[in-house]
Every structure is written in structure tokens, then in C-alpha cells.
Ligand binder design. Structure first.
Ligand SMILES: Nc1ncnc2c1ncn2[C@@H]1O[C@H](COP(=O)(O)OP(=O)(O)OP(=O)(O)O)[C@@H](O)[C@H]1O
Ligand SMILES: [Mg+2]
Length: 299
């Protein structure tokens, strides 16, 4: 089955204010530098005589068009290799280096994690002995910012993620959703050029989730970052993504890359538009075809 999102063949949707149109991926007048390139990347775990393939033969290019960062969302059933893909870009062991294939970031091979890439991990790990504001400031400390400056900057992020009043609490005193927001702020404060987010909004209640989606889009526009965001919500993938990477399991692979029009309205309104509903439903059907077992995906 081919998923044909209606709006792509229609006249382009108006661009919302403050949000730059998605970069064209075919025949740009001046080839843009590539941000992330995967060429036939395979990663296997386990012994050589009985390898367990996590992802197989994945290739894609994400370009850096001038003044435009791309927001890529990744959907697929559990175990299809979404986290593996992100962690390879991040340069994190044991997923990196891949067993086969080539990974280039800003046109260079990578060897390890770097400040150009920031990962909001699926298992958000906070430092238990540090408070909320200290956890958020921690990466800036490692980069040599003075205590006053980094705590001041971290305080701004406390507000952005809606944790005012909790800045002096320790992680053990926070709910899962609050911990997740600390983890998001701790990565975003570092302003990585490539932002890798592994189910970053999974533990958030619907209201805060919408607020965080808007915050992400605002930051994306301000910082022109390239974002890879893994989600189990098809709706979130369609709302946030310039392109959706659809993955399948056994073996983990990239099935299709779908270009999505940039919604012109806030999330609650977008969700009610006929094109949004038909696009999301077609994507969900496609996911279900590829993973007949419950995938956890929802519209
Ligand atoms: N460190 C590891 N050692 C061995 N196998 C691993 C390791 N990390 C991942 N795998 C395997 O690789 C495959 C892909 O895992 P991955 O965590 O990337 O999936 P995922 O798509 O992120 O799943 P989920 O949606 O449940 O988070 C799975 O079969 C998993 O068991
Ligand atoms: Mg995962």
C-alpha cells in the first residue's frame, strides 16, 4: 500500500507565522550540506555466530538547507530500532559504532558523542543528588560556564518547561512527567545543533504535552536545529514532522519516508482538519499492516 498524503499534491498549505517551510528534498537549486547521512547502516548485537539484527541496511540523508532545520519524526513498533538509530547518531555505545555501513554528521564520520548532538533519552536519567535547577545547569557546568550564569540560564529553562516552584526539589520528589521535563530542559539548554529526542513526551499529561510540542517548534524555529523525534503517537509524528520515518520490525528497517505539510494551526485545531485526520489514519493503518501485534501506536 502506498500512503499518499493528500495535501502534498494540493497547493502548499500556508506557512504558520514563525515557522519556516520544510526544506525541499528534491532538486534544490544549490545542494545543501548534509546534516546526517546513513549509508547502508546495520547494527547487530550478540555473538558473531548468532547475531541479533537491531536495524538493517538503513540509508537516508537529512540536509541542512540554509536557515531551515528539519524536524524528522520516527514511528514504528516496539523493538524496530528507533532508539538504536538515535543512539548511533549520538555516537553512544553499545549502539555505536554500527556493525556495517557509514554514518556522517556534518559531512564527517563520527567517532564519539559531541556537543553538536544532544539526546533526550527514553530512560531519562537525572543526577539524584542534584536539584531540578542544578540538573538542568549541569551540562553547562561541564562546558565551563560560571555557576551564577548557568543557574541563571537554568532558571529560564525551569520556566519554559513549567517547573516553577520545583527548582529546589530532588528527582526523587518529582513525578515521572516532571522528571521528563527536567531531562528535556537539561538537553535543550545546551542548544545542540542536532537534537535527538526518544519518546520525550511519553510521560506527560495531554495539556503539558501540547505545551511541550509548541515549545519544541518554537525552539526549532529559533535555533534552526535539526530534530529527530521518536514517538508512539502517530498524531504527534504528523503534527511535528516535516518528514516521518516509518520503521518496521524483525528486522528493524526504514520502510518509508513521508513528507508532511507543516500544519498552519495550533495542535488542537490541526487535529480536526480533514487532511490531518486522513494522513494520520493512513499512517496508522500502514503501521498496523507492518506490525499486526499491538504496537502501542494511537491517533
Ligand atoms: N544494548 C543492546 N544489547 C542487545 N540488544 C539490544 C540492545 N539495544 C537494543 N537491542 C535490541 O535491538 C532491537 C531494537 O531495539 P531498540 O531499543 O532500538 O527498539 P525501539 O524501536 O526503540 O523499541 P521501543 O519502542 O520499545 O523503545 C531490539 O530487538 C532490542 O532488543
Ligand atoms: Mg526505544
Amino acid at each position: 500500500m502506498t500512503l499518499m498524503p493528500e495535501p502534498i499534491s494540493n497547493p502548499p498549505l500556508p506557512s504558520p507565522e514563525g515557522r519556516t517551510p520544510a526544506s525541499p528534498n528534491s532538486n534544490p537549486p544549490n545542494p545543501a550540506p548534509d546534516v546526517v547521512v546513513f549509508k547502508n547502516v546495520t547494527q547487530s548485537f550478540g555473538p558473531a555466530h548468532a547475531p541479533k539484527v537491531a536495524i538493517q541496511d538503513i540509508s537516508f540523508v537529512v540536509e541542512d538547507a540554509p536557515n531551515v532545520g528539519e524536524l524528522v519524526t520516527i514511528v514504528g513498533p516496539s523493538g524496530c530500532g528507533k532508539s538504536t538509530l538515535l543512539r548511533i547518531i549520538a555516537g553512544l555505545k553499545p549502539h555505536f559504532p554500527p556493525s556495517q555501513g557509514e554514518v556522517r554528521v556534518f559531512a564527517k564520520p563520527i567517532h564519539e558523542p559531541g556537543p553538536d548532538r544532544g539526546l533526550v533519552d527514553q530512560k531519562y536519567s537525572l543526577l539524584p543528588h542534584l536539584t531540578v535547577v542544578e540538573n538542568i545547569a549541569f551540562g553547562r557546568k561541564l562546558r565551563g560556564m560560571s555557576r551564577a550564569d548557568r543557574l541563571d540560564r537554568a532558571q529560564t529553562w525551569v520556566k519554559k518547561v513549567g517547573l516553577e516552584g520545583s527548582e529546589d526539589k530532588f528527582p526523587s520528589e518529582l513525578s515521572g512527567g516532571m522528571q521528563q521535563r527536567v531531562s528535556i530542559a537539561a538537553t535543550l539548554i545546551l542548544e545542540p545543533r542536532i537534537l535527538l529526542m526518544d519518546e520525550p513526551f511519553g510521560a506527560l499529561d495531554p495539556g503539558i504535552r501540547l505545551r511541550m510540542q509548541e515549545l519544541l517548534i518554537q525552539l526549532w524555529a529559533e535555533q534552526q536545529a535539526t530534530v529527530f523525534l521518536v514517538t508512539h503517537s502517530v498524531e504527534e509524528a504528523v503534527y511535528l514532522g516535516d518528514r516521518v520515518f516509518l520503521m518496521a520490525a524483525k528486522p528493524g528497517r526504514l520502510l518509508e519516508i513521508l513528507k508532511v505539510p507543516r500544519p498552519a494551526e495550533p495542535p488542537e485545531e490541526s487535529r480536526r482538519k480533514p487532511w490531518f485526520i486522513s494522513f494520520s489514519q493512513a499512517l496508522l493503518r500502514r503501521l498496523e499492516e507492518e506490525s499486526p501485534a499491538p504496537s502501542g501506536a494511537k491517533v
